[in-house]
Design a protein around this ligand. Structure first.
Ligand code: C2E
Ligand code: CA
Ligand code: CA
Ligand code: CA
Length: 275
């Protein structure tokens, strides 16, 4: 009877059904990762190119999964998006990050990645509002990073959501710029405050003609639209010099600092003594 209920599964190859079980187990574990205290956040510095000073941090989630060691977000975030576990995970990240950043000296900002599923959840704006209120983080110091894949669904609703977020005072960055389907129309249609050029265009920008042309044109676009541009994945001095020469606004990458637990940046994030 059990086999009947499972229907098609008995036709799967043994390995196939093992994979399926693994996946179910992973999804189950993902749903509980936040409650079980298995998630933590690392922070990567974001610098002003002109002054080379640190202006903020991007928060990047990590999962310490028992029996599996540390899992990378590029493997578990897509899975969490598919099974809905991204909602408790995203909420946990937002809460922890805002609580952490509220203690940093002004005007250090924090950027949080928000996926399509989170953005389209009916209570997302209310959640951001609550978390800002509870943490005391000034809204202007929170930046939400959204990739273009989050924009493809229901245009009217997405626009309404982004406008509501802006009305809270939160800033919105377009993440992985240039890798989506219709970057230009998205830039025009939605109220972004910043463009983040994807790492794939920044790598070897100093020596690769195509990369250089693309980065220059994104910088021109940013200037024309009045939007600051940040380059991700800056790894070498030569790439950084190119960005300086081309007057890119911001830079982030291993050259400036790898993502790490916040204690490693205590010299930057300790609140000033205000006596
Ligand atoms: P992303 O938003 O494009 O984040 C940048 C990724 O590039 C991070 O990978 C970061 O560690 C890595 N990176 C930074 N600088 C360099 C560099 O100089 N060289 C190289 N090779 N890599 C660099 P990470 O932490 O593995 O995150 C991967 C992706 O997972 C992120 O890409 C983001 O899309 C997603 N992600 C991470 N945390 C969260 C989260 O809290 N929520 C959601 N929804 N997605 C997240
Ligand atoms: Ca990002
Ligand atoms: Ca990226
Ligand atoms: Ca990404």
């Amino acid at each position: 009877a059990k086999a009947e209920q499972l229907g098609g599964y008995r036709f799967f190859e043994q390995t196939m059904s093992e994979e399926l079980n693994d996946r179910r187990q992973t999804e189950h574990d993902l749903r509980h990762a936040a409650d079980r205290g298995e998630l933590y956040v690392v922070y990567q510095p974001q610098a002003s190119v002109a002054s080379s000073s640190i202006v903020g941090f991007e928060a990047l989630v990590r999962w310490r999964r028992p029996g599996h060691g540390q899992m990378s977000p590029s493997t578990f975030i897509p899975l969490a998006e598919e099974c809905g576990a991204i909602l408790p995970i995203g909420e946990w990240v937002l809460r922890s990050v805002c609580r952490e950043a509220a203690g940093w000296p002004n005007p250090l900002s924090v950027a949080v990645n928000v996926s399509a599923v989170q953005l389209h959840a009916p209570n997302f704006v209310a959640l951001v509002h609550t978390v800002l209120f509870e943490s005391g983080l000034p809204p202007q110091r929170l930046e939400i990073e959204i990739t273009e894949t989050a924009l493809v669904r229901d245009f009217t609703r997405t626009l309404a959501t982004l406008r509501q977020l802006k009305a809270l005072g939160v800033r919105i960055a377009m993440d992985d710029f240039g890798t989506g389907y219709s970057s230009l129309s998205n830039l025009r249609a939605f109220p972004f405050d910043k463009i983040k050029i994807d790492r794939s265009f920044v790598t070897a920008v100093d020596s690769n003609q195509q990369a250089a042309a693309i980065v220059r044109s994104v910088l021109g676009l940013g200037r024309g639209l009045g939007l600051p541009v940040m380059a991700e994945g800056v790894e070498t001095e030569a790439e950084m010099q190119f960005l300086q020469l081309e007057a890119c606004d911001g830079a982030q990458g291993y050259l400036l600092g790898r993502p790490a637990p916040i204690d490693q940046f205590a010299h930057l994030t300790r609140a000033n003594d205000v006596r």
